[in-house]
Design a protein around this ligand. Sequence first.
Ligand SMILES: Cc1cc2nc3c(=O)[nH]c(=O)nc-3n(C[C@H](O)[C@H](O)[C@H](O)COP(=O)(O)OP(=O)(O)OC[C@H]3O[C@@H](n4cnc5c(N)ncnc54)[C@H](O)[C@@H]3O)c2cc1C
Ligand code: FES
Length: 385
Amino acid sequence: MKTEVRKSIEGYSQIAHELEICRKYGIDYTAQKGRWKAAVERLHPKRLQLRVAKIIPETPTASTLRLVPVSGYLPPFQAGQYINLFAEINGVRTGRPYSISSPPNQIAYYDITVRRVPDGFVSSYLLDQVKVGDILESTGPAGQFYYNPLIHGKDLVFLAGGSGITPFMSMIREATDRMLDRKIHLIYGCRTPQDAIFHNELLSLAADYSNFSYDLVISEPDSSYEGLTGFIDGNLILSRIGSVEGKTFFICGPQEMYDFTIPELKKLGVPDRRIRREVFGLPKQVYNDPAWPQEVSPQAVFKVKLSSGREISARADEPLLVSLERAGITVENCCRSGECSLCRVKLLKGQVFHARTAKLRQSDHQAGYIHSCAAYPISDVEILL
Ligand SMILES: Cc1cc2nc3c(=O)[nH]c(=O)nc-3n(C[C@H](O)[C@H](O)[C@H](O)COP(=O)(O)OP(=O)(O)OC[C@H]3O[C@@H](n4cnc5c(N)ncnc54)[C@H](O)[C@@H]3O)c2cc1C
Ligand code: FES
């Protein structure tokens, strides 16, 4: 570029002057080229290669997989976040999100704790087939379910159900390991005492730390059980925490738990801004949603036409993402709960039913995008893919 032209660019002479100073004192910023990109990739990698270092049995139906990086370091995360673990099983490449149950203050490994889902596709694979030394691929840590000291105050109540204990375990371990200035009361609902993951560790943390207390609530006790029983309703919550005043509630568990406990908290006068909930997958039987179109049978099978011209079949009761994966078509995905938008595809024709937990942006809705992980076909459809 000619010197006269350069000089006409606003700010050019100041930059030229700074460059002159840099050269004079031996500072060469061009040497920094690419460093910011490397730093961003280290903090937010698209994929991680993880080696299974240890398998820790927790309950008859749950085990912890301790995952270490194949090379380099693990990115930092916030207690409460998850990774989406990918696997190829019987020729189908799919992914499932698992919350990190280890605390973020130790960075040598991520623990994920997997509970068996009867006939579960990926949970059975992880629990029955994966061995120490195997390498798994995942996304980097993701998710919005974590404590924010600016908003959530210092008095926290965690309501966990089943495997929904995992993000809380990371938060509790971090708060106790680091003696953080916050009070935590965990109320953990399980079907039977044998289902309670981390029970002994939680008991011992509650005994050792005055700012952590723990209640286990069993919904299907046998006659000899002497602890708390029933569901986590308003009365039980109040009887354990005294008052809801100034407390922030975090909930993680199956969909039915949200449907039950959120109205209970509201009855106690807890405002919406004091209730935080994790996405923990999609409803098992989406067609039981009152908004499901009654004329569409859950067993119906529809045609899905892709922009390449290829046609596949999709069941009404399965998310479109699952039908695509079954047909060997991969779509980027992370939360598989309708929240992160990564699995977005454009719907060109036809209709889908979005699970009510899906969070579709207004602009996506207007532009015809759907979240394939949470969208169920209710007619033949055509998508841009
Ligand atoms: C943010 C988040 C964190 C989570 N954290 C944990 C955790 O810490 N611990 C834990 O145990 N669980 C956790 N889960 C649940 C976990 O992601 C899985 O949903 C659970 O392990 C069940 O998966 P599954 O494949 O075994 O069950 P399935 O019921 O087999 O799978 C669920 C989905 O997979 C589909 N599917 C079934 N068969 C196939 C197939 N052949 N090909 C492709 N798809 C198929 C089903 O239609 C269904 O939509 C978390 C979920 C979320 C959203
Ligand atoms: S994978 Fe997150 S919205 Fe679908």
